[in-house]
Design a protein around this ligand. Structure first.
Ligand code: 13P
Ligand code: SF4
Length: 310
């Protein structure tokens, strides 16, 4: 790429030329968020993917999100700037093992968190995201037997919120399991007025300390509406960009991880760069596609979620 090239102007030009829409998750680099047509959490992004009139969806996020967009809009071209942008949580639940696990619990309804492969969605009855998981579980009759996967932390949180006895798959996100309770306690002593907010993919010990628990869009809304001036944020640090834009006079501190060398950046989300966004739009590659039968089977549980969350 010519170093003189104005990538932002080029991406805007390609959007018009190709009738493309750029969807970005809150964990993306700030410069990608700044040129996106829509920024959101997993639910918001899938709702956008379902309703867009664009011919091309450029998904600045991770692979399972681009797959979800393809499942909802199979006639559209879906581009992912870096095909290696996977997800540790999705990887923690291989579909063939989950199929065996499911066999052990006949007569159970299977709810899968959207952070999983299309194959896994195809094995489930309803999909959920972190913003509607409680609502989805509560939409089922009280005596319904439920398997919930792949995130055991979100599952445990939903179990406690709803009082339902969910069977959990033992999966987790590497970014949300990295926080140090000890270092968070220390930080809270240094900032006694600060609100501590956390994503439900965090472990129970972290969630138990939180003033507010929510999806990325829930956390963002809380920081806009709550009068506190300092927030300690236990999720991927990309979300702080929108928090800071919405509340320029407030202070946002990323919750500290358990090892001074680590950080709470998602290594998969951060694989996408402005240059890769430009290249994928220029060459229409890499494209995310799925076999028609997987699309057909995975679509039903996602549509069920969208109907319940409307
Ligand atoms: P939400 O944005 O839906 O809260 O999801 C968080 C996440 O980990 C996405 O990978
Ligand atoms: Fe997956 Fe965790 Fe990264 Fe989200 S933050 S994409 S759940 S690894």
């Amino acid at each position: 790429i010519d170093p003189q090239l104005d990538l932002v102007a080029e991406i805007q030009r390609l959007k018009k030329e190709k009738n493309a829409v750029l969807l970005a998750h809150y964990y993306q680099e700030a410069e990608i968020q700044d040129i996106a047509d829509y920024i959101g959490d997993s639910l918001g992004l899938s709702q956008q993917a379902a309703r867009t009139e664009a011919d091309v969806i450029v998904f600045a996020g991770v692979h399972f999100m681009a797959e979800t967009a393809k499942i909802l809009s199979p006639e559209k071209k879906v581009l992912l700037p870096d095909l290696k942008a996977g997800c540790s949580l999705s990887d923690s639940c291989p579909p063939h093992l989950f199929a065996k696990f499911k066999e052990q619990y006949p007569n159970h309804t299977v709810i899968t968190y959207v952070n999983c492969t299309a194959e896994l969605k195809a094995l489930s009855d309803i999909v959920c995201t972190s913003s509607n998981a409680v609502q989805i579980v509560e939409s089922l009759p009280a005596d319904e037997k439920i398997i919930f996967g792949p995130d055991k932390n979100l599952g445990d949180y939903v179990r406690r919120k709803t009082g339902r006895d969910l069977v959990l798959w033992n999966g987790a996100c590497m970014v949300h399991e990295i926080f140090s309770q000890e270092r968070i306690d220390q930080l809270r002593r240094e900032h006694p007025q600060a609100k501590f907010i956390a994503h439900p993919e965090c472990e129970r010990e972290i969630l138990d300390q939180a003033d507010y628990i929510g999806s990325t869009s829930g956390l963002l809304k809380y920081t806009k509406e709550n009068p506190a001036d300092t927030f300690i944020v236990a999720t991927e640090s990309g979300i702080i960009h929108q928090m800071q834009l919405a509340s320029p006079h407030k202070t946002f501190i990323p919750a500290p991880p358990n090892n001074a060398c680590a950080c709470n950046d998602c290594p998969y989300m951060k694989l996408n760069t402005l240059e890769k966004v430009y290249n994928c739009m220029r060459f229409d590659l890499p494209e995310v596609d799925l076999p028609a039968d997987v699309i057909a089977r995975a679509r039903k549980p996602i549509e069920r979620m969208l109907e319940i969350s409307e």
